[in-house]
Write a protein that binds this ligand. Sequence first.
Ligand SMILES: Cc1cc2nc3c(=O)[nH]c(=O)nc-3n(C[C@H](O)[C@H](O)[C@H](O)COP(=O)(O)OP(=O)(O)OC[C@H]3O[C@@H](n4cnc5c(N)ncnc54)[C@H](O)[C@@H]3O)c2cc1C
Length: 290
Amino acid sequence: MKPSAFEYHLAVSTDEAVGLLAEHDGDAKVIAGGQSLVPLLALRLARVDHLVDINKVPDLQGITANGGLRIGAMTRHREAERSALVRRHAPLLADALTYIGHAAIRNRGTLGGSLAHADPAAELPATLLALDGQVEVRNSRGTRTVAAADLFTGFLTTSLEPDELLTAISLPAWRAGSGWSVQEFARRSGDFAISGAMTVLSTGADGRIDDARIALIGVAPTAVRASAAEQALIGGAPSEELWASVAEAAVADIEPPSDLHGSSAYRKKLTSTLVRRSLAESASRIGAAA
Ligand SMILES: Cc1cc2nc3c(=O)[nH]c(=O)nc-3n(C[C@H](O)[C@H](O)[C@H](O)COP(=O)(O)OP(=O)(O)OC[C@H]3O[C@@H](n4cnc5c(N)ncnc54)[C@H](O)[C@@H]3O)c2cc1C
């Protein structure tokens, strides 16, 4: 199949890109790496009248450390994966990026594109949630920031307006000594995971957990935080028994979808196992340098 006809616009600045989105409000879509949009257009699962290419917009590129991290929306997965800044300031993100598809996809796909696409089985929405990150957004009238918790509103749906361009991702400062882990299960390397869990754990001077993040992928219409399970970790001393009970709690309230790859009950059991393994790995990395 081929996409239906559209008009192609190459933007060379953020102003030009948001101007084009405003001019064709509702009838235009941004193309970044094209790794999700092009298949959707080619299969005619999506159609668009105007395509705004942002690949040549210089100020959407780049990774800077500012206490936390600021990553331009057009930064390719591969560039972020190889970045020493990302490894130092957001090791969870550095690990999550390695699970995205294959090298060829990571060479083209962008962080902004993955977040705007909002696939619940993708790694980056869950990572942004786990790290309490936010995105910077622009349209022709101004800019705003959207917290991860407010960005993902449904299956492949975000709170971005049709005329808004996601310009950058901001992550808060990484707490030194925190442990992190990404655990996923896919039938073949490079496939979207059937489900996955990512965790971050920190302990206080008494060795007890004082901060815990658990984000789940592939189990709901959006990536989700397991907030009740996170709370159950606070004040606890790291132990296999604690990981096992919290892993059960993490899946207690979710109803994962059933599909060709697995039933809802299978996904629930799998996710619980992945949470347990992820917590154990995070705990083993507490105090280790990223
Ligand atoms: C074979 C294959 C396997 C894959 N496996 C995985 C995987 O395992 N895990 C995973 O996470 N992903 C996977 N992907 C998807 C990949 O990560 C894509 O890179 C990502 O989903 C979209 O990024 P993109 O830059 O290609 O965006 P595009 O495809 O260009 O755009 C995707 C959507 O986001 C919108 N958009 C893009 N950039 C912006 C912006 N700056 N502002 C506003 N809207 C924007 C577009 O309009 C479109 O609606 C896979 C893709 C393929 C083809």
